[in-house]
Design a protein around this ligand. Structure first.
Ligand SMILES: *Cc1c(COP(=O)(O)O)cnc(C)c1O
Length: 357
């Protein structure tokens, strides 16, 4: 008989809750005996990947016995290619955070920043948004301390859909004490239409202490293959490269990302689909009297009220998967990913049924 055993993990891991992903379509179908289910929970591109990406992957399958190249075909020393944007967040944490160092982040935001900090035993200082979920730069600046290493700005922010205007980012960077790095998470930047929006790359070029995160999971519709990248001044990239696994991005992901960057038509189509869907959902929320925050991304945060959890569960049972806000500390809210027009229509109908019958 094997003895019971307990190998103690690092103490800082005690705080970390294992990530629970949203339910996939097949599971909801099985659970509720449904034949059609719409998933509007993970900010995926409803059009799916470009046909050119699929073709490119297909053509490279015969080379799978080779190790992948360790770089992408892009201007190199200010870039790092990663196994999704999530890997970059983990690498940043491993590179810069000693135990008791601090990260500053507006709240609510993407959960991976906290995960990275917890992993390293770092301390999280969260700064609330204002009433309309706008970034409060003065509050962020006052939250900085001697121990601050990273300031995370997600723009457009997941889950609020709000963004940080260029001038405000510049003010933050100009007033940033030495020794602190701004991480600008631009996962949704392609969807942003505001004139004063910036994806941050211009500040990398100017040599500011900033890392811009990008992903192929959202507008490029490659969430399943795992690829993203960071852009930063060379001395920052050099440091992060020390903690990266040599072959972190698989060969098919590289092929897919390269082909995706070249298909401008699919990109434009995806943008258009999203802006149509966004208007469609805005209009429906107005009709249903559901307050929402205008979004620069491919999801909308809506305040459905104190019954939000009931509504979330009722939608799930009828085959619409969305994201309940409690995980973001917003128990009266639901985050709706913008789907294709027919998916949105199904959501709207179901929502009407659930709320008014
Ligand atoms: C989706 C997402 C990412 C990156 O996702 P990956 O699939 O790991 O590339 C990063 N930041 C935010 C805010 C996201 O929503």
């Amino acid at each position: 008989m094997i003895q019971k055993f307990d190998v103690k993990s690092r103490e800082t891991l005690d705080k970390i809750k294992t990530y629970i992903p949203g339910m996939p379509i097949w599971e909801v179908k099985k659970l509720y005996g449904l034949s059609s289910v719409v998933k509007l929970a993970s900010n995926e591109n409803p059009l799916g990947p470009s046909p050119k990406v699929i073709q490119a992957i297909h053509s490279s399958l015969a080379e799978l016995h080779r190790y992948p190249d360790s770089k992408l075909d892009l201007s190199q020393n200010q870039l790092i290619v990663t196994n999704g944007g999530d890997e970059l967040i983990k690498l940043l944490s491993e590179t810069f955070l000693e135990p008791e160092d601090e990260i500053v982040l507006p709240s609510p935001t993407f959960s991976e920043y906290e995960f990275g900090a917890d992993l390293m035993g770092a301390v999280i200082k969260s700064v609330p948004f204002d009433d309309e979920y706008r970034f409060d730069i003065s509050a962020i600046l006052s939250a900085l301390s001697e121990r601050t290493k990273l300031v995370y700005i997600c723009s457009p922010n997941n889950p609020t859909g709000t963004y940080l205007p260029r001038e405000d980012l510049k003010r933050l960077l100009d007033q940033l004490p030495d020794g602190i790095l701004v991480v600008l998470d631009s996962a949704y930047s392609h969807y942003a239409t505001a004139e004063d929006f910036t994806n941050g790359v211009e500040f990398v070029r100017l040599g500011y202490p900033i890392v811009v995160l990008q992903t192929f999971s959202k507008i490029y519709a490659l969430a399943g293959i795992r690829v993203g990248f960071g852009a930063a001044p060379e001395n920052v990239i050099q440091k992060i490269l020390k903690v990266k696994e040599p072959f972190n991005v698989n060969a098919l992901a590289q092929v897919a990302a390269t082909a995706a960057l070249e298909d401008h038509e699919h990109f434009q189509k995806s943008l258009l689909e999203n802006s149509i869907g966004r208007e469609q959902l805005y209009k429906a929320f107005e009709e249903l009297r559901i307050p929402f925050t205008e979004s620069m991304a491919n999801f909308i945060l809506a305040e459905v009220g104190p019954n939000a959890e009931l509504i979330y569960n009722a939608l799930l049972k009828r085959g619409v998967i969305v994201r309940y806000g409690a995980t973001f500390g917003l128990p009266n809210h639901i985050r709706f990913s913008i789907g294709a027009v027919r998916e949105n229509e199904f959501l709207i109908q179901t929502l009407r049924e659930v709320m008014y019958s």
